[in-house]
Design a protein around this ligand. Structure first.
Ligand code: PEP
Ligand code: MN
Length: 624
């Protein structure tokens, strides 16, 4: 059982608790993992908690359900976030760790780091102490390898992770790296676990070759019991009877572990399969199954790799995998952020300069899709506040009351949000980034609401539109309109009427304590909203790959074609082309154009000149 002690418990109160435990023959230890002290007691079946219930100085007693305690989700329902330098593992962004199996040289490590960073990896891995099956195999560059990792971190801005194989390496790890890996073969090296448990450094704990989930989590418990709460657990394949792959990747461990523990889970398909061609399919499956992070071995010359060449992807293969994961992520409500490190650096630098957190505003209530989009774009290091309209968002950014704003620009079902485009142009704000969210809707009501008894439903006009097929089935319901889905959910909670329900999001229903009546009611499962992140000036948030332009052509035959041929002649890929009427000038049109290039680059200057010559009006909305 876990006995949480009061913050101001006296020594004599503690003594009494210790004596009561001793009198029952219960072994125990006291640890201080998070906020305040706790006693972990090894109770036996049927003992109960009666013998200490009435003692003073106790805040809470949690009886045992599982043998692991500090790692158990039942004792800590919220997901744990693990910080590795500027990177957070366990949030809504998928984290990809990549690099060679072993650090071989400065040149090799730096060149692989640059490649994997370019494709979206945010933490660099590389072994300096290699636990090899044969004593004659390459054992790693040891401290020289760690120094290379530290140098490459300086050169690339990527935090670094490496394996520690003995407690004697602790000081070196503290000095050179950002995350310590405990390898599969050391999962039950308890002295090593105790050692990393006492360090102030995040740990990635690999599952042992033949370890059960229980044993694996007990090893994580060792690290947490030592006071280190920053633990990521890593499934890297287990040994089975199957020889076609190096190991068998236990993907079913993901949902099992997610319900048992609050710690983030990382999947290593490289060691799990041991075969290059099998890595990407398993990586994609792991993300679909709910993994928080991936670790992928990449080598620029796998045939010559000092270790694990056969399972190392070539940089370009890694790039393709990252693009696939980028597409899969929003389906399961997560994101791959290709500008992660650059964005973190900008936020960090400006936060430091201002002495306070940067601010971003969005339209709607907490729990609305706009809030989620803001959270997924900015992560945890920025202050997010809701405002009641897109106009207020634009005003807050224009008047410097907020550093950033977030507004919806396009729905996959209903097209562009023209009024937001207009607001951007009127106020001369810049799009500096974008984020796409899959929007799923549910029907929710207060507890006890039954679908058959519902007579009215409240939601936003957009949500009703996105659920039009479902609404046709329920055409007898009276429709009531709210500003957004989160406001609708809060209204249903306040009214507490079982004949009224709301079409809202799962997040909003959870936030307002509503019961889900039906899920997946949106007409198209491919229902996405694209949000623009806006600021007063163009900011560096990662590689700029895309530009949004708006222009009006003159009323001449072939005028639009002329502008499009400029893009074609310059080999510029068009991502979006949409026309809309010009306000007050019937039958004249504006064109929204998104192109796959940076309009900030010098190479774009002649293109821009040619476009200007062939348009009456041209405005660059942003480069991102
Ligand atoms: C490694 O990550 O390179 C490694 C040795 O992994 P594992 O401990 O899973 O075999
Ligand atoms: Mn390896």
């Amino acid at each position: 059982m876990i006995i949480k002690l009061n913050k101001n418990i006296s020594e004599s109160q503690k003594e009494q608790i210790h004596s009561a435990l001793k009198a029952e023959g219960v072994a125990f230890s006291e640890v201080s993992p998070c906020d305040g002290d706790i006693i972990i007691a090894k109770s036996r079946a049927g003992l109960g908690t009666d013998f200490i219930n009435n003692l003073s100085g106790i805040e809470e007693i949690t009886p045992d359900k599982t043998s692991f305690k500090l790692v158990a989700r039942e004792n800590h329902p919220a997901d744990t976030l693990v910080k590795v330098g500027p990177v957070t593992i366990g949030g809504e962004k998928i984290i990809v760790i990549s690099g060679p199996c072993a650090v071989e040289s400065h040149e090799q490590t730096l060149s692989i780091a640059k490649e994997v960073k370019k494709y979206g990896a945010v933490i660099l891995r590389g072994g300096a102490f290699k636990p090899r099956s044969s004593p004659y195999s390459f054992q790693g560059l040891e401290e020289d390898g760690l120094k290379i990792l530290a140098d490459v971190r300086e050169e690339t801005g990527m935090p670094v992770a490496t394996e520690m194989t003995a407690p004697s390496q602790a000081d070196m790890m503290m000095k050179y790296v950002d995350m310590i890996q405990i390898g599969a073969r050391n999962m039950q090296n308890f002295e090593l676990l105790k050692c990393v448990g006492s360090l102030n450094k995040p740990v990635m704990l690999k599952r042992g070759l033949s370890a059960t989930i229980e044993e694996w989590l007990m090893s994580a418990e060792y690290i947490m019991a030592g006071g280190n709460t920053q633990v990521v657990i890593c499934e890297r394949g287990i040994r089975t009877f199957e020889p076609y792959t190096r190991n068998t990747l236990d993907l079913s461990a993901i949902p099992v572990v997610k319900s048992l523990t609050h710690l983030p889970i990382l999947i290593d398909p490289s060691h799990a399969t041991g075969i290059r061609e099998k890595v990407a399919p398993m990586a994609r499956a792991a993300i679909a199954a709910g993994a928080d992070a991936l670790m992928i071995e990449v080598h620029n010359n796998p045939a010559k790799a000092a270790s694990d060449g056969a399972q190392s992807l070539l940089p370009a293969q890694f790039g393709k995998l990252m693009r696939d994961i980028y597409v899969i992520a929003p389906v399961i409500n997560k994101q791959v952020d290709f500008g992660y490190l650059e964005k973190a650096a900008v936020i960090d630098k400006s936060t430091e300069a201002q002495g306070k957190k940067l601010k971003a505003v969005f339209q709607g209530e907490m729990g609305a899709p706009d809030h989620k989009a803001a959270r997924q774009y900015f992560g945890e290091d920025i202050e997010l506040s809701p405002l009641n309209s897109s106009r207020s968002v634009i005003e807050a950014v224009t008047e410097n009351k907020s550093d950033y704003g977030l507004i919806p620009l396009e729905h996959s079902m209903s097209g562009s949000v023209h009024e937001n485009y207009d607001l951007l142009i009127e106020n001369n704000l810049k799009i500096i980034g974008e984020i796409t969210l899959r929007i799923e809707y549910i029907l929710a009501g207060v507890e006890g609401t039954i679908a058959k008894e519902i007579t009215s439903v409240i939601s936003s006009p957009t949500a009703f539109h996105h659920c039009d097929k479902y609404m046709e089935i329920h055409s007898d319901w009276q429709l009531l309109y709210a500003q957004d889905t989160a406001t609708a959910a809060s209204q249903i909670k306040q009214e507490n009427d079982k004949t009224s329900a709301t079409i809202t999001t799962k997040e909003a229903a959870t936030m307002y304590g509503l019961q889900i009546i039906e899920e997946g009611i949106e007409t198209s499962p491919r229902n996405y909203t694209r949000f623009a992140v806006i600021a007063k000036e163009q900011k560096e948030h990662g590689q700029k790959k895309k530009s949004s332009i708006i222009y009006q052509t003159s009323d001449k035959p072939g005028a639009l074609l002329k502008t499009l041929s400029i893009f074609a002649e310059n080999n510029i890929n068009l991502l979006k082309l949409e026309s809309r009427p010009v306000d007050g000038r019937p039958w004249e049109y504006m064109f929204y154009v998104d192109i796959e290039t940076s309009a900030d680059d010098d190479s774009f200057t002649p293109v821009l000149k040619a476009l200007k010559e062939n348009t009456d009006y041209l405005h660059i909305l942003g480069v991102y």
